[in-house]
Design a protein around this ligand. Structure first.
Ligand code: TEU
Ligand code: CA
Length: 562
């Protein structure tokens, strides 16, 4: 079945983590005016949509993913006027703005929770998930995604509330129709303002298994909540309701962040009939790949094999074909930098491998997402102590595994942080080689990666061979070639341990893509007898029968012309 054509399938999205993007007033914290000031840069890069990580009022226990007021702006980021100016300016640049929607939970400082915890008969009590103690303890053994129990005792009423993330992020009770109405009203309010879509935070977790059973114990301390909170019994019903009551009235883009999603589930969330969401993010090639040789939980540092990443992505490409639309990403604010994780960030190979990884992803089917700094090949950070870290996930994991239970050594944990910590993505954007990488004239809220003197926007923009100019070309190619957006996908060379290859097909055209994921020359017969036009490559000279270290090529062949 041919895909229905819509703008968000043809778009390239750029994710901004406002805190670390650009500081306009010298307080060391990125802000909305900083974004407005850099719209020309994004226009030049060629992206169509900005996904803005949360900018709402928040006490910042989890950097904005803990919202205390959905209709106000975080003080450090600016005012609602600043927001309106940014939105207008973006629209003048033909750039759409997609908001992060964090509605699985609120901040414990949200007015609803303040009311809810005040007494058992408060009208807001059922806005959240409250349970009686079991044998004088937590209602079950679930571990929060940020370590520790997922339950917090509230002394005043002697009951526990559920928090899948930090204890300052109580889970909303979506089974309460009043909660759904409040959220739908708030979403409508933003749509009426003229925003262009929502990225929905852990939206797969809004419907919990009503039995709240203990989870399987993996690391000897707590049980896994995943099976009982992801893709729960009413999640599709609630999203259909949201679609009916809000989304369907607007021409907006939606993407659900779907922890624990399978292909079968994704076909429902992002079904082609459009009854729920436009597309989802899955985690199989990111959080999923470290589990093989990990140290504990998500924490590990072995570089995942190309074959594992490839088999997962190919499975998703072919699995969704004709059924649901997919998303494409390497990086976001929860992931390490892709050039460090799957590529090679040594000075010799950084640019070649970053371009190779970009080619691998951007020639696939789905809507691509670029995370700030990825387009200049920003790399992971190096952490020498847990005191260097900001992220609550890291700090809590360190406390649980190193300090309290002693099951991982400090050295080992820091090695894991260097490899996969979320803080790797959260160092300030590297704009130029001046102090603090041009991010701020003040003291940056978080350390700048010392490699900014070499890796920065200013240098990248002026170098025609830079990673940045390569991304520009990939984006342009997608806009100019329908086959990259809508062509069907077929894996190639699936026996290769080193070359990731596939082809796309549309209306008699074939696009052949091959990427060498290693620093050695590797056999690749695909291009030897091939006619057609090279769309892009990170090498200017090619060799017969092989791909050179980290070489990537994409050749378009029009069978109607030969
Ligand atoms: O992330 C959801 C999520 O599942 C993350 O915990 C992710 O798996 C983890 O970061 C990687 O181990 C979303 C947001 O993207 C994240 O920033 C928030 O902290 C989280 O939800 C809670 O809102
Ligand atoms: Ca600021």
């Amino acid at each position: 079945m041919a895909d229905k054509k819509v703008w968000w399938k043809e778009a390239v999205v750029y994710q901004i983590y406002p805190r670390s993007f650009a500081d306009s007033n010298g307080d060391g914290i990125g802000d909305l005016n900083g974004i407005t000031e850099h719209l020309d840069y994004l226009k030049e890069l060629g992206i169509d949509v900005i996904w803005l990580s949360p900018i709402y009022k928040s006490p910042n226990d989890d950097n904005g993913y803990d919202i205390s007021d959905y209709r106000d702006i975080m003080t450090e980021f600016g005012t609602m006027d600043d927001f309106d100016r940014m939105l207008n300016a973006a629209h003048e640049h033909n750039i759409r703005i997609v908001m992060d929607l964090v509605v699985n939970h609120t901040s414990d400082e949200h007015a609803w929770f303040v009311e809810s915890r005040s007494s058992v008969d408060n009208p807001y009590r059922d806005y959240y998930i409250w349970k009686e103690p079991r044998d004088g303890r937590e209602p079950n053994n679930w571990q929060s995604c940020f370590s520790g129990s997922a339950w917090e005792l509230d002394e005043s009423t002697g009951m526990y509330y559920l928090h899948c993330f930090s204890k300052k992020q109580p889970d909303l009770n979506w089974d309460n129709p009043k909660v759904r109405e409040e959220i739908f009203d708030m979403m409508t309010w933003w749509c009426e303002k003229g925003i262009d879509g929502f990225r929905m935070d852990v939206i797969s977790m809004i419907s919990k298994n009503p039995d709240y059973p203990d989870g399987p114990v993996r690391d000897g301390i707590y049980g896994d909540l995943g099976p009982y909170v992801c893709n729960g019994p009413h999640v599709h019903e609630y999203l259909e309701e949201m679609n009916r009551k809000v989304l369907s009235a607007y021409d907006i883009m939606t993407v659900g962040e779907a922890a624990g999603v399978t292909i079968e589930e994704a076909k429902k969330y992002a079904n082609n009939d459009g009854t729920e969401l436009g597309m989802v993010f899955h985690f199989e090639h990111t959080d999923g790949v470290v589990t093989a040789e990990n140290v504990i939980g998500k924490w590990g540092y072995a570089q995942p094999k190309m074959t594992i990443v490839r088999d997962i992505l190919n499975k998703w490409q072919t699995g969704l074909e004709g059924k649901a639309w997919g998303s494409l990403y390497w990086d976001n604010h929860d992931q390490p930098r892709v050039v460090s994780r799957f590529g090679n960030d040594s000075p010799k190979w950084r640019e070649l491998s970053a371009k190779m990884l970009a080619t691998t992803l951007h020639m696939m089917k789905g809507t691509p997402y670029i995370y700030q700094g990825e387009e200049i090949g920003m790399t992971n950070m190096h952490f020498t102590s847990v005191d260097d870290c900001d992220d609550i996930e890291e700090i809590n994991a360190y406390t649980q595994y190193v300090t309290e239970h002693g099951v991982v050594s400090a050295e080992e944990m820091l090695k894991c942080f260097d490899a996969v910590a979320r803080d790797n993505a959260r160092t300030p954007m590297q704009w130029d080689d001046s102090d603090n990488a041009g991010f701020t004239t003040g003291k940056p809220w978080f350390a700048v990666n010392p490699n900014y003197s070499k890796i920065n926007v200013k240098a990248a923009v002026s170098d025609p061979d830079s990673v940045y100019n390569y991304y520009r070309k990939l984006i342009r190619l997608r806009h100019e070639n329908e086959i990259i957006v809508y062509g069907s996908f077929r894996p190639l060379m699936t026996d290769s341990e080193t070359v990731y290859a596939y082809e796309r097909e549309l209306d008699g055209k074939i696009l052949t893509v091959a990427c060498n994921w290693t620093e050695d020359e590797q056999p690749c017969p695909l291009f030897d007898a091939k006619k057609g036009k090279e769309l892009i490559s990170n090498y200017t000279e090619h060799k017969q029968g092989v791909l050179q270290p980290y070489e990537a090529r994409a050749i378009l062949h029009d069978q109607n012309e030969s």
